[in-house]
Ligand binder design. Structure first.
Ligand SMILES: Cc1ncc(COP(=O)(O)O)c(C=O)c1O
Length: 469
């Protein structure tokens, strides 16, 4: 007998999760008994979702303020996506894209090529964002080998940026703590400053154009330092997630594009989070008006109903692969899985029918305004982001922008904020991969009533935060 709180063997879900499930990026001691030195907390088990709401195993309701993990754009519980997936599983559950094709991958590739800007016409499917990033780096290396510039292999990305966990993608990632246990990683990945204007050099903080120019020029400088003949690609998110939602300053991507053209370096727009309406367009490079050579993405393509990632490459990059015996010796068994592609097609149908991108564009300002109301709290240093994607940076001293030390972060984020936010019925992220932030990226279906609800729940938790240092 099973019920909603017990596994088939009769243990509670929370206990069985603690004893058998290896959770990702999770400090498991949090859930060990206090007697053995653990934190004694229960593993939060989410059992159901509907729209922007989720329920835990005890029946408690939460706002899904993070769309799962920046994934669920159209909201939970859409039976039409489940039906499209079931139909596909009944028709053709699986076939690989290794020298063969199947209708859903073909239709989806054609649809995405139609949506992607410029000559980004060639779609390579993976199962997630990290694999897409890995794929893009490998393509960049091979492309230059095939076109007479075989020494171009290095990549540049930004500090604190997260680009995934495969070892190449992890090299591109700019978070030392996520990498140190796995060093040595793939060599040849170099970092430049990100676009966090709140933490910019003081003389640039009040001039976003000058800051944008400065930050973009650091990429040119890194290419010069490494040698232009050795650099293959630059990996940038349209709005950098890790660190807490850094939008590009005005002119930033225009200048980056110029630099990439000058040195024949590929511009990879890592839109694992930012594509599919998160900022308001299908692809966020369109929101910021730049033309990349490659887009990598995942997450929102299926709104999480099935795993799927992809790289879209320009015609120029595919050209050498049209000829002779050349092939890209790379692939994944599950890449472009028929059921995932069916989910993606049905998901994109919802986008079109419900005008979700326009909804984001029309409501982004209201969402931001609701979060801006928190700026009067002493702990709120900065509210930033774009579309339905925001970060709230927390500070110890608003005047000086002083941040918290490690011990304070530990008490504030893990000791207080994470459990308190959950208790207040909002699932979102309290993170300190850079300076401490709260991040919000809800399903794209929500509107003003939910913006106010989210802001008031955050206020109820943040106004008490000072007492928990
Ligand atoms: C910008 C970016 N790139 C890559 C990844 C890795 O994606 P995945 O977890 O699907 O491998 C992420 C994940 O959040 C991401 O935000």
């Amino acid at each position: 007998m099973t019920d909603s709180t017990h596994t088939p063997t009769g243990s509670t879900y929370t206990d069985a999760a603690r004893d058998h499930l290896w959770m990702h990026f999770t400090r498991h001691s949090t859930f060990e008994p206090t007697g053995s030195g653990g934190g004694g907390q229960h593993v939060p088990v989410i059992v159901r979702g509907d729209g922007h709401r989720i329920w835990d195993v005890n029946g408690k309701e939460y706002i899904d303020g993070l769309a799962g993990l920046f994934v669920n754009q159209i909201g939970h519980g859409r039976t039409e996506i489940a039906e499209a997936m079931a139909k596909q599983a009944g028709e053709l559950a699986f076939f690989p894209l290794w020298s063969f094709a199947h209708p859903r991958a073909i239709e989806l590739a054609e649809r995405l090529a139609g949506e992607a800007p410029g000559d980004l016409d060639r779609v390579f499917f993976t199962t997630g964002g990290g694999e897409a990033v890995e794929t893009a780096w490998k393509l960049a290396k091979q492309y230059f080998k095939l076109t007479g510039k075989p020494t171009k292999h290095k990549v540049i990305s930004r500090s604190v940026a997260y680009h995934g966990t495969p070892q190449g993608a992890l090299s591109i990632t700019g978070i030392p703590a996520a990498k140190e246990m796995f060093e040595p990683l793939v060599p040849g990945a170099f970092k430049v400053p990100n676009t966090n204007i709140y933490r910019a050099p003081e003389e640039l903080r009040d001039d976003d154009k000058a800051f944008g120019r400065w930050a973009a020029d650091r990429i040119g400088e890194a290419i010069e330092f490494e040698g232009p003949d050795t650099v293959a690609a630059v990996f940038l998110e349209p709005v950098q997630n890790s660190g807490g939602c850094f939008p590009p300053p005005p002119g930033y991507f225009e200048r980056v594009r110029e630099i990439c053209d000058e040195y024949d370096v590929l511009l990879v727009s890592d839109e694992t989070i930012c594509a599919f309406g998160r900022i308001g367009s299908m692809f966020a490079c369109d929101d910021f008006g730049y033309q990349p050579d490659i887009i990598t993405t995942a997450k929102g393509i299926t709104s999480g109903y099935a795993p799927l990632g992809l790289m879209i490459a320009s015609d120029r990059l595919f050209e050498p692969f049209r000829k002779g015996q050349t092939l890209f010796p790379h692939g994944y068994t599950w890449g472009g899985h028929p059921v995932s592609c069916a989910a993606a097609m049905a998901n994109l149908d919802v986008f079109e029918r419900e005008g979700l991108n326009d909804h984001v564009k029309e409501n982004a300002g209201l969402f931001r305004a609701a979060l801006d109301t928190l700026s009067d709290l002493p702990i709120v240093g900065d509210v930033r982001g774009a579309g339905f994607f925001y970060g709230i940076e927390l500070v110890k001293d608003k005047e000086t922008r002083e941040t918290f030390d490690d011990a304070e972060c530990e008490r504030l984020l893990r000791g207080y904020l994470s459990p308190a936010l959950f208790e207040a019925g909002i699932y979102c992220r309290a993170d300190d991969r850079g300076d401490p932030v709260i991040q919000l990226a809800p399903p794209l279906t929500i509107g003003p009533a939910e913006f106010d609800d989210i802001a008031s729940r955050l206020r109820s938790v943040l106004q008490d935060a000072g007492r928990h240092l």
